[in-house]
Design a protein around this ligand. Structure first.
Ligand SMILES: [Zn+2]
Length: 291
């Protein structure tokens, strides 16, 4: 599936990604509206990963400008109180904005975007709370296709038609799902979860070198660049977008480290970097760092 992805991501300040073809927004950090302008009006579904302010601070303006009957639908981890507070405030602050749907979701929920595409939520380890509340989610987008079961493939068209009339279409076909896009949100790496992603947008807050000594992570779990690259070298991913870098690093430091690690781990897929402070249009059409 061809996807046009525009995004901004700098740890601590703001993160958001817009997927044009799917009318979809992942996270809604500050600046999402100024970055997308009129295009933000296309968004039907927003999926927020957690309540850290760098992932939700743009919701108020996004909602005020784009609410219409039944849209947008803002999905958030069900046990984050911030979203209920924001919903209540938004309804008071902008009483004319009443079309927005605020939807609490939890791990493994599936949300349909259209007939053949859905988003599924998955638990991650970002927020360490020690009980089973849903405070932080990762998301995967799946495309589904119906494929004729092997036992019917030799039959002529009219024979298949007859079987479908008798037993229904589901009887003759398997539902094949493809993971076309994955979004980590803030999270440590997870080999099983991201294996077989066509496109993976993954955070890499820290470069993991000596410059990281004395870093305070406030107890929340993030990824180090090398852990992400090592993971991608051991699983099947076709395109990697690295995001959520700390602004303590220069652009050159980040890209140099990515190139070195891609060499070290023999990464041959395209790897794109979303550099701190930089709005990236049509990310997958850009030049891969490891080209
Ligand atoms: Zn963050």
């Amino acid at each position: 599936m061809k996807l046009t992805i525009t995004g901004y991501s700098t740890a601590l300040f703001s993160t958001w990604f817009f997927v044009d073809e799917l009318a979809l927004l992942f996270d809604a950090g500050d600046g999402v509206i100024s970055g997308l302008q009129q295009k933000s009006g296309k968004i039907k579904n927003a999926f927020i990963t957690h309540a850290d302010r760098d992932h939700l601070a743009g919701l108020l303006a996004f909602n005020q400008l784009n609410a219409r009957p039944g849209a947008p639908n803002i999905h958030y981890p069900k046990d984050c109180g911030s979203f209920r507070a924001l919903e209540a405030f938004s309804k008071k602050f902008d009483p004319q904005v009443s079309g927005t749907i605020w939807t609490p979701i939890q791990e493994y929920d599936k949300i349909s975007l259209r007939n053949d595409v859905y988003v599924q939520a998955f638990p991650n380890e970002h927020v360490q709370i020690g009980h089973p509340d849903t405070k932080s989610l990762s998301y995967k987008v799946f495309e589904t296709k119906r494929k004729l079961k092997p036992e019917f493939r030799e039959l002529a068209g009219h024979e298949i038609k007859k079987i479908i009339e008798e037993h229904g279409r589901d009887y003759t076909t398997d539902l094949i799902k493809t993971n076309v896009l994955s979004y980590s949100g803030d999270s440590p790496v997870n080999y099983d979860l991201w294996d077989q992603s066509d496109i993976l947008i993954h955070e890499a807050t820290f470069l993991g070198g000596p410059e990281d000594d004395h870093i305070e992570t406030h107890g929340n779990q993030h990824s180090k660049l090398e852990d992400v690259i090592r993971m991608v070298s051991e699983i099947k991913v076709n395109q990697l977008v690295l995001s959520h870098f700390s602004s303590r690093y220069s652009h050159q430091q980040i890209d140099t480290r990515i190139r070195r690690l891609c060499d070290q781990y023999q990464i041959s897929i395209p790897v794109f970097s979303i550099l701190p402070g930089q709005l990236s249009h049509n990310i997958l059409k850009g030049k891969p760092v490891n080209d």
